[in-house]
Design a protein around this ligand. Sequence first.
Ligand code: MEV
Length: 452
Amino acid sequence: MITEKNNNIISGFSKLSKGEKLDWLIHHYLKDGDDEAKDIFTLFSLEDEALQKIIDGFSENTVSNFVMPYGLAPNFLIDGEVYCVPMVIEESSVIAAASAAAKYWMDRGGFKTTILGTTKVGQVHFKWYGHGSVIKNIYKKIESFLLGCAAPIIENMQKRGGGITRTELIDFTKEENGLYQIKVHFETCDSMGANFINSVLEKFADSLERFFVDSPDVPDENRDIDIIMSILSNYTPECVVRAEVSCHVQDLGTFANGMLAEQLADKFRTAVKIAHIDPYRATTHNKGIFNGIDAVIMATGNDFRACEAAGHTYAARDGQYKSLSFCEVKDGIFRFWLDVPLAIGTVGGLTSLHPLAKKSLEILGNPSAEKLMRIVASVGLAQNFGAVRSLVTTGIQQGHMKMHLMNILNHLSVSEDECVKLISHFEDKTVSYAGVRDYLQEMRSSVGYRGC
Ligand code: MEV
């Protein structure tokens, strides 16, 4: 129930200035008059007003910027070219692991990629209650009418080498009375194509209604059609890239605790197999892949939610959620590969508007969308390799804990001397914030202790 005390409902919020929005926020949701809160929001706003305006333009009701680390993973040898890959991610160890895996495979031939397809899909969902054979018989006429109506929108994309490759009528009337779909297959060249696809689909929907009203091919008693919605599908099983690495088993080298190449190969293959058998493991395994994928997707201004959604549906395409990567050890060869749907672009959208996204693409040599798919998939595979290799050798905590300790030390503002002592003390101990804080206090209060 809304009472006077908790009445925080506001209309016209979007019309307030940034300062007014912050004042309102602090008054209603933080400590009234909290200058520190205002300072923190202001601190993360850019001083360059023109630049800040660009960033604000990407969203609504903005009051500040949420900053994420922008890092680089060098030494990625992909299809014979060496890349330094920009990655935006807040999780420690991810970039370190990607860089280490990139370097490791650089010495073993690097990453090889194949584009398995670039087709995207959109759908017009509608209801129509005539006899199924009627609509099926006139579908060719419907299709050519829709293509004709949408021609002005498609023209430009066709000039760039893309457009609509085919359409199909899908009958869902067994699942829901009267339900049909027109499924449209698109090539969108170097753009992700969401705007293009959705514009075409909405034009299709209008034209479909017109066809049913006007066409002499539609029986008069069947002219009613109800458009439900028109939207692209983020599931893109025909827009897929494969990245792979391989080498002779003995070239894998030796690993922590004296683990031999053959043992590593077999444990690694088994670990990947587990992710094909058990959805619990598959989810974490694929999460590790997306640690790398999302970071490059973010850095290049692409849509990581779309990539995640497509990836997870693809991982469940056989009816059970499974690993996106595969491993084979055969005839003395270790082979590890990843198939992942990636509907991404290098022109349009944020890719050209966000100054850092633009720079990221420049760092990558202003790649085509296909080339970016190859790079992103290679980073996903490298990330997966790094994670699984750690898991079957040392475990991941060793690396994670080192980074975790450094984050805690930063947070506690320790001196250089304290830093050295704390790192050495926690070398063989479990790291926790409370543990480090308590040990620091103990150090500082111990007799004769003098910080720097
Ligand atoms: C952590 O962000 C990702 C891992 O859990 C992935 C995996 O288990 O494969 C290390």
